[in-house]
Ligand binder design. Structure first.
Ligand SMILES: *[C@@H]1O[C@H](CO)[C@@H](O)[C@H](O)[C@H]1NC(C)=O
Length: 321
């Protein structure tokens, strides 16, 4: 059960918006009884460098800006070109072969035929001031990762590129302030660092199983680049989840379904694009919904209301719309 003393201490530090405090109050008062158990946590995936390979962990801290494990937060690093535009897997599929590992205060990047690049968890800011960058129409303050990172990523891609970093005390982007073509369901304070919309993309094992029953060869969950994978039984049930409660206290609210693109057709380990354009082609045949246009939906963006510590196997409860 929720312990109110604990909530009071943590919430004073972590929660900023009145809306979130109100939400927490409701849960603490027994709103929780309306949640139904639908499964367990199956996987926790992080992508420390935006658009690069996955870092899977069995446990993590849930923070409002994303999963945090071993000093690394999800999508804290990003690759830019000479024009300060983000380089993604869409134009450089080989980024999916960059694998991240961590040890004390270092993020290591591994790539085929490349030496290991070791980056400090936080770049030395003495050489240059942080600067402001526009990412998906939102400004965020970033710091450059330095010459070693620049040489390494330019060498790997065979073109001029450099790396930047951010963290909550440098800057965050609030999904509430994003222009959407449909109603923006985000609340003030639904922040992330370099994530596309919010810091938690949630998918379910039943949805993957459903599409894989029609695909040969099957696709991996990593093709969809989620953060939280829920082991459940009903395909696409996640479309109906208004709130998710994990364990006793970790709480999320839904923001928007994820519109899928050609990145889902890149095989994560080889960076090869599937010639049969799967799973995108299959999804287009039955997962397009108004008002989201021609991009089919798979997975849902959630934002975190209350933080905590999460482990694979933790029970998952949902409140349905
Ligand atoms: C990229 O950003 C840096 C840092 O703000 C700036 O010095 C540089 O002029 C920018 N480059 C372009 C092409 O805008």
């Amino acid at each position: 059960m929720l312990k109110s003393t604990h909530i009071n201490t943590v919430s004073a530090v972590v929660l900023t918006s009145a809306a979130k405090l109100a939400g927490l109050y409701i849960v603490a008062q027994g709103h929780r009884a309306k949640f139904q158990k639908i499964g367990t946590v199956a996987n926790l995936f992080m992508y420390p460098v935006k658009s690069c390979g996955v870092l899977e962990t069995k446990q993590a801290k849930i923070t409002n800006v994303g999963l945090e494990w071993d000093g690394v937060i999800d999508r804290q690093w990003m690759i830019l070109d000479e024009r300060n535009e983000t380089i993604t897997m869409k134009e450089e599929p080989r980024l999916s072969c960059i694998r991240c590992t961590t040890d004390t205060n270092k993020l290591h990047l591994h790539a085929p035929d490349m030496p290991v690049l070791s980056l400090p968890m936080r770049p030395d800011l003495s050489g240059g001031k942080p600067f402001t960058l526009k990412l998906l129409n939102q400004l965020i303050s970033v710091a450059e990762c330095g010459d070693d990172a620049k040489k390494w990523i330019s060498g790997f891609l065979g073109r001029a590129a450099y790396m930047v970093f951010s963290c909550p005390d440098l800057g965050t982007r609030d999904a509430y302030l994003r222009q959407r073509k449909w109603s923006n369901e985000a609340k003030s304070g639904d922040v992330s660092i370099f994530a596309y919309l919010t810091s938690y993309l949630v998918t379910s094992t039943a949805s993957l199983k459903h599409i894989n029953s029609q695909l040969d060869p099957p696709v991996s969950m990593v093709n969809f680049r989620p953060n939280l994978v829920i082991d459940n039984t009903e395909p696409f049930d996640e479309d109906n989840w208004k709130e998710i409660l994990i364990g006793d206290q970790i709480l999320f609210h839904t923001v928007e379904p994820c519109r899928r693109c050609v990145i889902t057709t890149i095989e994560p380990d080889t960076a090869n694009k599937r010639a049969d354009v799967q799973p995108l082609k299959l999804l287009r045949s039955f997962r397009c919904r108004a008002p989201y246009g021609g991009s089919p939906l798979f997975g849902v963006y959630f934002a975190n209301d209350f933080p905590g510590f999460i482990k694979v196997g933790d029970p998952v409860y949902v409140l349905k719309a």
